[in-house]
Design a protein around this ligand. Structure first.
Ligand code: 6PG
Length: 478
């Protein structure tokens, strides 16, 4: 064969990735279940570079140079398994199968183990940036063997987004590590989006601003610490007018947020690992609440009491600045929690993930790309084993500067009946994690009372139990 790399599954993401590879000087083998899509890619974009089309899997694999490297861009789940099986049957030991979809990491671990038994390399690569990113430079998170990365890595780095000349692609770790990191990226994406939506809602409710005016505020915010792709597109969306009605576009959209599942997976894994990712969880549940139509109807029909005062903001500019600071502080907490989760998973699965490198490859190409990711990389460069991102001096200071604003905003939202779950839970996390003493002591006592679940004491070593229903004497258990 002559092709450097192959892409199978030529829907928009696959076809854009193939074009990106070709534009960067690679000879790209292309294949799709139905040939029509392959032909369409050749017809519409054949002059992007060198393509080698094939009708069958056998021809497709034969058109590749060894070690044969194929990126699969098909629907996650059963379709991915079917394509892997088909490819593996035609491949030879040392060849490389890359799943570029949003696979659930346990699936990636299972597939990697199965392929390894057959001598094949399986790489689960998270790819972020949507259709635009796939074509012009995504952020890529590949997991698998370092041996596979030696062949694949340079090609992926070449087509990835660049920030200051540095590729937004790096080796993440063995088996499911890449897809795991992409999953957490998506969880953080949910939190970031929800926080921005809450900021918008607060500005609208408290100040009575129009969507258009709030769009201008976001535009302004995008020149400072908050500078990011999501803030930028939010400013754009808010200033867009619906052509049909002439209303603000955001007002003609049904307020029920959907999801394809990566946020839910992130929360599920966090529960398994025991990592509090309250920002991501609140964002995921906020989507669920918005989509809970019968519950929302029942609540409205019951006319549930609000008991709120009218929101009177004396100093508008100061309030806007409060919301900006509250947003930044909440965002830092959400990222801090996501990076804690990556560390916990890395330890659990033996992945040895470099969190600073994750932040570095998220600076460009992906949905959560943002200026402040540089600060995260720097924090992990200062201390690779940092237990808590917000304990890094830069972030501790940044949050410290915003904490009074944060409290005013969360308190104002509560007093005025505006739901701000991600703002509020991030603040509660901040206060919880920094607390000298937590009421967890009482929870432990309750557990011991009704279930003899034992407790530790602050003043001596050992495991203890109190005879609650007897004479309340204390016994040491170990
Ligand atoms: C990306 C995106 C991408 C997907 C969103 C949408 O990184 O390019 O994250 O993977 O479009 O995750 O996810 P939901 O449908 O779950 O909101």
């Amino acid at each position: 064969g002559t092709a450097d790399i192959g892409v199978t599954g030529l829907a928009v993401m696959g076809s854009n990735l193939a074009r990106n590879l070709a534009r960067n000087g690679h000879t790209v083998a292309i294949h799709n279940r139905s040939y029509a899509k392959t032909q369409a890619l050749l017809d519409d974009h054949g002059d992007d570079g060198e393509f080698v089309p094939s009708e069958t899997t056998a021809e497709f694999v034969a058109s590749l140079k060894a070690p044969r490297t194929v990126i699969i861009m098909v629907k996650a789940g059963a379709p991915t398994d079917a394509v892997i099986e088909d490819l593996a049957a035609h491949m030879e030991p040392g060849d490389i199968i890359v799943d570029g979809g949003n696979a659930h990491f346990p699936d990636t671990r299972r597939r990697e183990a199965a392929m390894r038994e057959r001598g094949l390399n399986f790489v689960g690569a998270g790819i972020s940036g949507g259709e635009e990113g796939a074509l012009n430079g995504p952020s890529i998170m590949p997991g698998g063997t370092t041996e596979a990365y030696a062949t694949l890595g340079p090609m992926l780095e070449k087509i990835s987004a660049k920030v200051d000349g540095t590729p937004c692609c790096t080796y993440i770790g063995p088996d499911g590590a890449g897809h795991y990191v992409k999953m957490v990226h998506n969880g953080i994406e949910y939190a970031d989006m929800q926080l921005i939506a809450e900021a918008y809602d607060l500005l609208r409710s408290a100040l009575g601003l129009s969507a258009q005016e709030i769009g201008t505020i976001f535009e302004e915010w995008n020149t400072g610490d908050l500078e990011s792709f999501l803030i930028e597109i939010t400013a754009d969306v808010l200033q867009h007018t619906d052509a049909e009605t002439g209303k603000a576009f955001v007002d003609i959209i049904l307020d029920q947020a959907e999801q394809k599942g990566t946020g839910r997976w992130t929360v599920q894994s966090a529960l398994d690992l025991g990592v509090p990712i309250t920002g991501i969880a609140e964002a995921t549940f906020a989507r669920a609440l918005s989509g809970g139509v019968p519950q929302r109807e029942a609540a409205r029909a019951a006319n549930l009491t609000a008991a709120t005062a009218g929101w009177e903001v004396a100093d508008k500019a100061a309030f806007i600045e409060d919301v900006r600071r509250a947003l930044y502080a909440s965002k830092v907490v959400a990222y801090s929690q996501g990076f804690d989760q990556i560390a916990a998973a890395s330890a659990e699965y033996g992945w040895d993930i470099d969190r600073g490198a994750c932040a570095r490859i998220w600076r460009g190409g992906c949905i959560i790309r943002a200026r402040f990711l540089d600060r995260i990389t720097e924090a992990y460069e200062r201390d690779a084993d940092l237990a808590l991102l917000i304990s890094d001096p830069y972030f501790a200071h940044a949050i410290g500067e915003g904490v009074e604003s944060w409290r005013r905003v969360v308190a104002g939202a509560a007093l005025n009946g505006i739901p701000a779950p991600a703002f509020a839970s991030s603040l509660a996390y901040y206060d919880g994690v920094r607390a000298e003493r937590l009421p967890a002591a009482l929870v432990q006592a309750q557990r011991d009372f009704f279930g003899a679940h034992t407790y530790h004491r602050v003043d001596k070593e050992g495991v203890f139990h109190t005879e609650w229903s007897d004479d309340r004497s204390e016994t040491q258990q170990d």
